[in-house]
Design a protein around this ligand. Structure first.
Ligand SMILES: Cc1cc2nc3c(=O)[nH]c(=O)nc-3n(C[C@H](O)[C@H](O)[C@H](O)COP(=O)(O)OP(=O)(O)OC[C@H]3O[C@@H](n4cnc5c(N)ncnc54)[C@H](O)[C@@H]3O)c2cc1C
Length: 411
């Protein structure tokens, strides 16, 4: 084991979308952050359906050209299936300004693309470097990092950005974790060779299918551009425990309970071992202090149903940049006011939408959208396109009230 001492202004833990976006945007402002990533890319991670709002950050970071050239599947909305009742959301109907399309991406390639683009813009990413301990102090923090070669590296920095996703490095080390307000749910998922080309199916949309008899069970089908798709199901752990077999058998058994979906996937072949994630919703006591912030999933993760994870991750990275640059230049920053409060606007909006999905009111609205009230529909579509920080939208500023109001009017 060798030990070397390094000093830098900013350390970012994790090279997922929140970490590389933060590093690239900081580099634009002349701040050199060192990104430490425990794995080597490409690596698998779940979270494959993006929202149009995320394109704003990708564009701002100068990564759009590379993304457009990468051959990912275009996405222009979401399709919902409730038994034989179908309902489509077209993002172009949104009330907010901005992008109306995005992509469905294999995260192994997408995250590598973002990381490679960040490196082209001067960011240093050290792969195979796992942060194992952090001691915070008034001037920043001291870290211990283990690399793949068996070295332990001591590192001192002025500011830590925790973008470690499900690793949740700082929340675990500092005891910041708090229980999520959502009940524990369990997801089973895999990639398939979908064989959908002969079927009537719109590859430009994620398909969300709701179980015909148990509306808290739902399935995603996210088509990629290469004849493959991501398929997954979300259910309670108790419900999954009642099904015999291994994760793959449980997944396909639940799919077989939905005629439409099992018909669509009749010729599909599983091409990846089925993964499972249980109790992924998480929360923390706070997201920032004078010497650290938590970005993306390292802070809070709600629920996958509206594909909001990567958008929240990138928004948190974007919000970090301006106050951090000021602080590094010697100004005092009110992190609560300048980072956490604005980030929470969108997080709370998505939270209200997720709650309304599971209490049934949003499922009713999507199934039977309000007629003759285009402005209401376009404001709801706007949030579903990720524009959850657009304070001109009453479904952003007061989502619970307006979702309940509209839900009561829908059959
Ligand atoms: C079932 C399910 C489905 C989902 N579907 C979607 C979806 O369709 N669309 C969507 O937008 N979101 C989705 N999400 C959410 C999405 O997965 C996350 O929100 C997103 O990946 C968060 O990005 P991130 O950068 O915060 O973290 P991550 O993408 O998880 O990246 C964190 C990185 O940190 C690294 N790391 C961890 N610990 C350490 C350490 N100690 N030292 C160094 N590096 C470390 C990891 O290796 C990893 O590369 C889904 C989530 C679940 C559970």
């Amino acid at each position: 084991m060798s030990v070397s001492d390094l000093e830098c202004d900013v350390v970012i833990i994790g090279a997922g979308p929140s970490g590389t976006m933060a590093a690239a945007l900081l580099a634009q402002k002349g701040v050199n952050a060192t990104v430490l990533e425990k794995s080597h890319f490409p690596r698998f991670v779940i979270g494959e359906s993006l929202l149009p709002q995320s394109m704003e950050f990708i564009e701002k970071a100068g990564m759009m050209e590379a993304l457009k050239n990468a051959d990912f599947q275009m996405k222009n909305g979401a399709a919902f299936a409730f038994g034989d009742k179908k309902s489509n959301i077209a993002f172009e109907e949104k009330s907010a300004e901005g992008w109306a399309t995005t992509f469905q991406v294999q995260r192994s390639s997408f995250d590598k693309l973002l990381a490679d683009e960040a490196v082209k813009n001067g960011v240093e990413i050290r792969y195979g470097h796992e942060v194992s301990s952090i001691t915070l102090n008034d001037d920043g923090a001291d870290l211990l990092v283990n690399d793949d070669a068996g070295n332990q590296i001591a590192l001192r920095c002025r500011f830590i950005v925790d973008a470690s996703g499900y690793g949740r490095v700082l929340p675990r080390m500092l005891g910041l974790e708090r229980p999520s307000t959502f009940p524990v749910r369990h997801a089973l998922f895999t990639h398939i060779s979908d064989q959908l080309s002969t079927k009537e199916f719109d590859r430009n949309k994620i398909l969300i299918t709701v179980h015909p008899n148990e509306p808290d069970i739902w399935y995603w089908l996210i088509p990629f551009g290469n004849g493959q798709s991501s398929i997954g199901v979300v259910a309670t752990p108790e419900r999954l425990a009642k099904i015999d077999g291994n994760p793959s058998q449980k997944l396909w058994s639940l799919i077989s309970e939905v005629d439409e979906l099992s018909g669509l996937l009749a010729d599909a072949k599983e091409i990846r071992t089925v993964s499972e994630m249980k109790g992924y919703s998480c929360n923390v006591s706070h997201l920032c202090a004078h010497n650290y912030v938590l970005l993306g999933n390292a802070g809070e993760f709600l629920d996958p149903v509206f594909s909001s994870g990567v958008t929240v991750a990138m928004k948190s990275a974007d919000l970090l940049v301006e106050p951090l640059v000021r602080q590094l230049n010697g100004e005092k920053v009110d992190w609560q006011k300048d980072f956490e409060t604005p980030l929470k606007v969108g997080v709370e909006c998505f939270k209200a939408f997720v709650e309304a999905w599971y209490d049934g009111s949003l499922q009713k609205i999507i199934k039977n959208p309000p007629q003759g009230e285009n402005s209401i529909k376009s404001m709801i579509v706007s949030v579903l396109a990720g524009y959850a920080w657009d304070e001109k939208n009453v479904f952003v500023t007061n989502p619970k009230k307006y979702l309940a109001l509209v839900g009561n009017q829908c059959a």
